[in-house]
Design a protein around this ligand. Structure first.
Ligand code: 7RM
Length: 633
């Protein structure tokens, strides 16, 4: 047996990788046997990429909440499962043991049942980063309801779109939430969203801030009152391996976000496996992933991965810079964090705040550092390695996507080869390739191309909710018989991958994905706007910033006011996280004679590379480029 729980050396890694290619089914069967299955599977894998259909562990039954909770009660019942660190450092942190979490989840699962939620129903979660969110998510999984967590930074409109797309029957929210110095009235946003949703018949409200918002009678109920009516016994629903576990919406190159669907068996298997191996998890780790559960990183590596491993996971309600930019380091010191997983954008902003904030704290507990969400530049990598890890802690740069469910390319901490600004080698079982324009595989090292995957893995996207054709078109049609990632990558002379970034119309702002069309649609909702074009440009902190070129009904007299107005429109259409960094008012856009916007030119302007605008002679109106260059921000 090559793989038992964890790979511990480069040689074991190489052997496992070879074995996974020679006999994928045997390899994944061994990996999956690390979980508790209520019924073993009949067949490990059935697959086709054209048409697209994969089935992992057919016939097998399991429940991920049982793997996160029940399984640990005997040996780890009194161990801390979640360490909750509140937004305000003056408030008390809370520790929840595995047993306590188990009972809270069972009780809330009964609340869901009491409110008519059945296996297969969709439930929308719009909540702060508090333990109740973990409880609600696990409770859905326990009874086989499909959770759709909507990040609490999204607007009422975005939430309504997601609720309608999945026809959710229940929404779980809180009165409000704290984020640094600000407070946000979540329940009010839900009320606004539900004006446009007809499928929702119940809203369960968690009392977090004692705000006592208005409750709609017949529709809204209080979480704590519902708990009075249930007992704490709730057996975990036996789920087919291919039953849906959750939907998570993500942006692509088109205007409308897609509901990425993950299923029970494959997702649990791959998240458990990748988590243990990448971070080289030990029984006594205090692990902290700073992502919100509203993103895939929070699903896989704040909630499910750590709990399946039976370790202690920190859940932080606040933001890195409140009350000051030392907050992350103070939390690491306070709770003795051993494994820390965050995003390059956070690292860059804390780096900009100065080294004194880091030096004020004892970071000796740290053992492993991780990065996710976007390419980490060398400067940020070195700062992280030197000042946070004190040159003692391996840094794992983990490349993956909402669609991949789990980490695909990354070093295994301290075990396999690692290099600054490189994600490294694929995990055993993952078969990435580089493709050229024609869709042919580029062999050998020291090469660059489109990043694709040629063989299925257990946690890959199953479908886009309600529209399987869209899933096929988006991921499997550009290059036949490959899963296409949308990223460009380089394989260095030793076979380590470096992710270059998106090759489609997706902008990655602080690790959050937005489609250019999605932002343009939002901007165009402003009554003064006639047309807009959005591109990404390099941004010191956010990785990429959003640059919008906007045509209005007339050139504004008060540009500042109109900009504010457009920010407001985007905040209400998508959410405050999608606000453009720069808005330039223009009288026209560079278009070809067939009406296609030449984004390449706009990108060059936004990047300030004015010397290399390329051939503009095919444009309908080449003179517009001069105006745009002259008005550049
Ligand atoms: C986990 C997550 C996915 C996109 C992906 C990339 C970019 C993510 C890295 C990265 C370079 C990394 N899911 N990306 N991780 N680029 N190095 N380590 O972020 O669905 O929200 O975004 O993010 O472009 O395609 S996501």
């Amino acid at each position: 047996m090559l793989y038992k729980n964890r790979i511990r050396s480069q040689a074991e890694y190489e052997a496992a990788r070879l074995a996974s290619i020679e006999n994928p089914e045997a390899f994944w069967a061994e990996v999956a046997s690390n979980l508790h299955w209520q019924k073993p599977w009949d067949k490990v894998l059935d697959w086709s990429f054209d048409p697209y259909e994969v089935k992992w562990f057919s016939g097998g039954k399991l429940n991920i909440s049982e793997n996160c909770l029940d399984r640990h009660l005997a040996d780890r019942g009194d161990k801390t499962a979640i360490i909750f660190e509140p937004n305000d450092p003056k408030d008390l942190a809370r520790r929840i043991t595995y047993r306590e979490l188990y009972f809270e989840v069972c009780k809330f699962a009964n609340v869901l049942k009491r409110n008519g939620v059945r296996k297969g129903d969709r439930v929308c979660l719009y909540m702060p980063m508090i333990p109740a969110l973990a409880v609600a998510t696990l409770a859905c999984a326990r009874i086989g309801a499909i959770h759709s967590v909507v990040f609490a930074g999204f607007s009422a409109n975005s939430m309504a779109d997601r609720i309608n797309d999945a026809a959710c029957s229940v929404v779980i929210t809180a009165d409000g939430m704290s984020r640094g110095p600000k407070q946000i009235p979540l329940k009010r946003v839900v009320d606004e969203a539900l004006d446009n949703c007809s499928t929702v018949n119940r809203v369960i409200v968690y009392n977090h801030l004692n705000w006592m918002p208005e409750m709609v009678s017949g529709r809204d109920v209080w979480w704590h009152e519902e708990l009075q009516h249930v007992d704490s016994e709730c057996p975990a629903e036996p789920m087919d391996a291919e039953d849906m576990l959750f939907i998570l919406y993500t942006s692509g190159s088109t205007g409308k976000p897609k509901g990425v669907v993950h299923t029970c068996g494959g997702y649990a298997t791959y998240v458990d496996y990748s988590f243990r191996n990448v971070f080289q998890i030990e029984e006594n780790d205090i692990y902290w992933c700073t992502a919100d559960i509203g993103w895939i990183t929070g699903h896989s590596y704040l909630l499910y991965g750590p709990l399946m491993s039976g370790i202690s996971s920190v859940m932080f309600e606040g933001i890195p810079t409140y009350p000051d930019p030392g907050r992350f380091w103070s939390v690491i010191d306070k709770h003795g964090v051993t494994v820390f997983y965050t995003a390059p954008t956070a690292i860059r902003s804390l780096m900009a705040a100065g080294i004194d904030h880091v030096l004020a704290f004892n970071l000796h507990s740290l053992r492993v550092l991780g990065s996710v969400g976007e390419p980490i530049n060398e400067e940020a990598w070195h700062w992280y390695y030197l000042h946070v890890g004190k040159e003692r802690c391996p840094v794992v740069d983990t490349w993956w996507q909402t669609e991949t469910g789990g980490i695909m390319i990354s070093a295994m901490a301290g075990v396999t080869a690692s290099k600054p600004a490189h994600a490294g080698q694929p995990l055993p079982g993952i078969q990435p390739v580089l493709l050229n324009q024609e869709g042919q595989e580029i062999e050998g090292n020291d090469q660059e191309g489109y990043l694709a995957v040629k063989f299925p893995w257990p946690s890959m996207i199953r479908t886009t909710y309600g529209d399987h054709e869209r899933c096929y078109q988006t991921y499997f049609s550009a290059y036949k018989n490959y899963y296409f990632t949308g990223d460009g990558a380089r394989r260095d002379e030793n076979g380590l991958y470096r992710i270059i970034g998106r090759v489609d119309d997706v902008i990655n702002v602080s690790g959050h994905r937005f489609g250019t069309a999605e932002i343009e649609n939002a901007i165009n909702q402003n009554k003064h706007v006639i047309e807009s074009a959005v591109v990404g440009y390099p941004h010191d902190i956010k990785g990429q910033g959003i640059y919008a070129f906007v045509i209005c009904d007339k050139m504004p007299d008060n540009a500042t006011q109109l900009r504010e107005d457009i920010y407001e429109t985007v905040s209400s259409e998508i959410g405050r996280i999608a606000k453009p960094d720069k808005i330039q008012f223009v009288t026209g856009l560079p278009k070809t004679r067939s009406g296609k916007i030449m984004r390449r030119i706009l990108r060059k302007v936004a990047e300030n590379e004015l010397g290399s605008l390329g051939d503009t002679s095919t444009l309908l109106d080449p003179l517009i480029v001069d105006e745009i260059v002259a008005g550049k921000l």
